[in-house]
Design a protein around this ligand. Structure first.
Ligand SMILES: *Cc1c(COP(=O)(O)O)cnc(C)c1O
Length: 366
């Protein structure tokens, strides 16, 4: 038996006919960029999340940096971000010329809400909360309160959390903006690149729409210096199909996760926990193991591919050496980077495959 980590073709096969039909319909329509499919998807996704507006963009990274730009964040400003963030979140901050200020994560791998206030300075303008691995950040109500008290914008990075909930509300509805990615391996993934900004603020939505299209509202009249970041019609048409099936896909994912949670029994493996009032969408199933590197090697010998999200925290990346951090500056993020491991989890994973992974994990002796 061989088990890989990201098996995406089975997800396509599940609704193959519907996907094929939607692509053909789009090809025949004659609209390929910013047409009826994008408009329909924006409406349907906003409704699914529970926000008033959604604007389709070319990627999750674009959603983050364009969002920051529209909020007026730039040079001289500080933005709080968790120290175990995915690199895109940090790059969005530095792309607009602002400075990332790292806050250590809690035991659920999200920003530790208890540590936020100590990191706020006079230059802090925003907090980016990533709902990492599909698990919503706990105490979003407190995060909102802190932002209000300190006059900060709240940006949610929902690239891994389509549909996850805190206290009955979906992620992406708590902040000034919610940033989504539709990269193929995400829970709501398209078949190429895509992203979106969700917001309840009509003015923000309008400005993002203008910005994504060269800063023009009326063709060839440019109001602001914008960019080209548009979700294309084909991807929007495909996303509309997947969105219709997202709850079904989630149920399948939850089933697999329940197997992992109830059947993995090995004292060397620390299973993920779900915080109070949180519903995770399990973008990744991340365990921790002190002998992680040995475990990866052992699984590899048994033809099981397990990936590390992520092996190097942003403050230790070569790209960010100018920030001047060193090993030991963010010990929790560094510990996670050395011990986390994502077990295979994908739509279409068979009982035999997951049972095999569980069996091998349980046999691991360190
Ligand atoms: C995937 C991802 C992004 C970036 O999305 P792209 O569509 O790849 O640009 C940003 N943040 C997080 C947490 C992600 O997982």
């Amino acid at each position: 038996m061989k088990v890989n980590s990201n098996v995406l073709d089975r997800q396509y096969q599940k609704y193959q006919k519907e996907y094929n039909d939607s692509v053909l319909r789009t090809l025949k329509n004659g609209y390929y960029v910013l047409g009826p499919e994008v408009e329909a998807f924006e409406r349907e996704f906003a409704e699914y999340i529970g926000v008033k507006h959604c604007v389709g963009l070319a990627s999750g990274l674009d959603a983050l940096w364009i969002g920051l730009k529209i909020l007026g964040i730039g040079s001289g400003d500080e933005v709080l971000v968790q120290s175990n963030a995915y690199i895109a979140t940090v790059m969005a901050i530095t792309m607009v010329g602002a400075k990332p200020v790292f806050v250590e994560p809690d035991e659920y791998y999200n920003m530790d809400v208890e540590r936020i206030e100590a990191a706020i300075t006079n230059d802090t303008k925003a907090i980016i909360i990533t709902h990492l691995y599909g698990q919503p950040t706990s105490q979003m109500d407190r995060v909102q309160k802190i932002c209000k008290e300190h006059n900060l914008y709240l940006v949610e990075d929902c690239a891994q959390s389509h549909g996850s909930e805190y206290d009955g509300k979906k992620t992406g509805t708590f902040g000034d903006i919610g940033c989504f990615s539709f990269y193929p391996s995400k829970n709501l993934g398209c078949f190429g690149d895509g992203g979106a900004i969700a917001t309840n603020n009509a003015e923000i939505a309008k400005r993002v729409k203008v910005f994504r299209n060269y800063g023009s509202e009326k063709r060839y009249y440019n109001k602001v210096i914008g960019t080209n970041s548009r979700l294309d019609e084909m991807q929007a048409a495909l996303l509309r199909i997947k969105l219709r099936h997202l709850d079904e896909l989630q149920a399948e994912r939850d089933n697999l996760v329940n197997k992992y949670l109830t059947k993995i029994k090995n004292p060397l493996i620390k299973l993920p926990q779900v915080a109070d009032k949180c519903v995770s969408v399990w973008h990744l199933f991340v365990v921790r193991c002190e002998k992680r590197d040995k475990l990866v090697e052992y699984l590899g010998q048994n033809n099981i591919q397990a990936l590390i999200h992520y092996p190097i925290p942003p403050h230790l990346q070569e790209a960010y050496q100018d920030l001047g951090y060193k090993s030991g500056d963010f010990p929790i993020a560094e510990k996670y980077a050395k011990t986390v491991l994502s077990l295979p989890l994908y739509i279409g994973m068979t009982d035999d495959e997951i049972d095999y992974v569980i069996e091998k994990i349980n046999e691991f002796k360190g």
